[in-house]
Design a protein around this ligand. Sequence first.
Ligand code: ATP
Ligand code: MG
Length: 428
Amino acid sequence: MAKLYTRPQGTEDITPARIHKWHVVEGVVRDAAERFGFSEIRIPTFEKTELFQRSVGDTTDVVQKEMYTVTARESTFTLRPEGTAGTIRAMLQNGMLAEALPQKVFYILSCFRHERPQAGRLREFHQFGVEMAGSASPYADAEVIMLGKTVLDTLGVKDIVLNLNSIGCPSCRAKYQEALKAYFAPHREALCDTCQERLERNPMRLLDCKSPEDQKIAKDAPVILDYLCEECRDHFEAVKTAVTEMGVEYVINPKIVRGLDYYTKTVFEFITTSIGAQGTVCAGGRYDGLIEQLGEQKVPALGFGMGLERLILTMEAQGIEFPEAPRCDVYLAPMCDEAKPAAMKLAYALRNLGAHAEFDLVGRSFKAQMKYANKLGTKYLLVLGTDELAQQNGKLKNMDSGEEKPIRFDTPEHFIEDYTEISLSELV
Ligand code: ATP
Ligand code: MG
């Protein structure tokens, strides 16, 4: 039997040893989103199941196979498999779409999908996502793409290619779906079970199938770009022009249809080859029909989701350094029981000054304390023995330079003044 402390398959612990990577990434995405004028939104972890069925779409993998649906008493809910549906639901419910448009929000949240776990594919994963509601302008598409690009550039991610496509609107798609049906019909028997069903209900989904067999069959399928109506074609041209204007290179990838039903017109992915098969780090597009589908108003909207695990995997694979936060400013090493209260008081005074201070809590020997202080990477070390206690002063040792500064700690005031004089600016 598996140990009680085995985490569920497809989940990860982000331990203190790795958390600095997340802090770096989260800091960069927040900062970039805010500079683009997006405000943070926080939404519930679970929503009514119908919300995802209606918005993500009931012919998608996510809804058909991947949702975690829980029943509590008489009610049924689903853990969010993505952030868009809940965010748009929140915008509607909080009247945000009645305010000045566009509304621009971002979020950092966990998503849940019952998938086959592998590198870059988890059952609980994290997304940085943005949604903009209320602009039909191709500049809005470019703006959202540029925000994704800004995050990737700021973090130093290389070898990541912007893939662009347009999947048109329901009117251009109707003709395209017919063409797809005609193309796939002779191959019907060779398709996976899910795709056989999709062939009837939503043939575009076939292009998104992960089965290598089906992908082979789909290789020469008709291309949506040949079926766009004039409005969708003009919009796509304008998006490409705007992106080019910003000096961003892209490839046109007609195979991108996105896994969720609500997309219209522009769809895009930032794809890297650095992390193997799950190389889509950021994916998004326009979903002009979704809000109308959920509420009453027709409000054009768009956004993206960026998988943070995949982003960090990419950075690691590319050898990008994550600056680590300093672990400890001052480590106080009491050498005897009588020195412990003094150590505790001084640590407290230092913390009030804004420094990160720690002292021994497990009764280590002198040698073991020195080893531990080194492990903490402390900048300063203060040994508190009987002499120091008797004289009420000691030596603050700079661990990098070895330089020692005498300090008095008979009163916290003096201690703080002395300390401030020698090193507060270095400490915080
Ligand atoms: P994929 O085609 O890889 O299954 P998707 O189309 O299902 O992706 P989206 O719903 O667009 O993905 O989610 C946006 C981003 O979230 C993806 O580009 C990816 O970076 C990340 N993501 C999606 N599913 C997972 C997962 N199971 N584990 C880790 N990250 C994921
Ligand atoms: Mg998927």
